[in-house]
Design a protein around this ligand. Structure first.
Ligand code: PML
Length: 253
């Protein structure tokens, strides 16, 4: 039997009472790994670069095998950029190549740089007009219920490419789930960890394109934008991103 284990932490009280989001994490794993995972998640909430959490929520739920979708891992490759300006120019070019209009791509970058603090979830923008379409305000769409299907194989694959750490490990799984959703054109993301400046553009067409620098070191604001087809069924898309259990198969990446 598999279990979904979710953690979210905030400072100044729970998120729903105005607390500032500090960190979140999610795994889908077998019973014997639950305890060690919860301890690791608690440590992460307590030691996060964005500050010390005074609210931590942990949720453990059974996942029924019949509810699981299996989807392939996105192929990973890297762009070159030595400065924030070059990184954002690379992100613009990648988004346009993936099918986002130039105006919407610029709007996506402006949405993240315009945030006063990081959101827990992602913003959905129409890939043609660049208008925000999720209507979920400061909460955004929280992509949930995903993990890799074969952790050992996935980690070996990342190590082969010289990639270590939670940021890339979690982001590539999340981006693979997002790219598998009907109506997604591309995703833009960079981290809200002040010490982590790498970001990416991901798309069903071109995979996960890492961008070495998307913000200045020390900046605690990052975020995610999902660009959607104008005719996308947004209700279905949001339900898939938030509620559908998806395991990502590394052997198919
Ligand atoms: C996050 O911290 O939520 C975003 C992580 C982006 C990872 C980019 C990468 O290293 O590939």
């Amino acid at each position: 039997m598999l279990y979904s284990v979710k953690m979210r932490s905030a400072q100044g009280g729970p998120h729903e009472k105005g607390g500032r989001h500090i960190s979140g994490a999610e795994r889908i794993l077998s019973e014997e790994k639950i305890e060690q995972t919860i301890i690791a998640m608690l440590r992460r909430a307590q030691e996060h670069q964005r500050g010390t959490a005074d609210f931590v929520s942990l949720k453990v739920e059974v996942v029924k095998p019949a509810d699981i979708f299996y989807r392939p891992l996105l192929p990973l490759s890297s762009c070159t950029a030595g400065t924030v300006e070059e990184g954002r120019a690379a992100a613009l070019a990648e988004l346009i190549k993936a099918g986002v209009s130039a105006a919407a791509a610029a709007a996506g970058i402006a949405q993240i740089t315009g945030l006063r603090d990081s959101m827990r979830g992602a913003m959905l923008l129409d890939a043609v007009t660049g208008r925000r379409v999720d209507g979920l305000g400061a909460r955004g769409v929280r992509v949930s219920k995903m993990d890799c299907d074969n952790a050992g194989r996935y980690e070996a694959k990342l190590v082969e490419k010289g990639l270590l750490g939670d940021h890339v490990r979690e982001a590539l799984v999340l981006a693979s789930k997002v790219a598998s959703a009907a109506g997604i054109v591309a995703e833009l993301c960079w981290s809200d960890d002040p010490e982590y400046v790498t970001g990416y553009v991901a798309s069903p067409k071109y995979g996960y394109r890492r961008i070495p620098i998307m913000k200045e070191y020390g900046n605690p604001v990052g975020g995610r934008v999902f660009f959607t087809e104008p005719e996308a069924d947004l209700q279905k898309l949001i339900a898939y991103l938030q509620d559908q259990v998806v395991l990502i198969r590394p052997e198919e990446g």
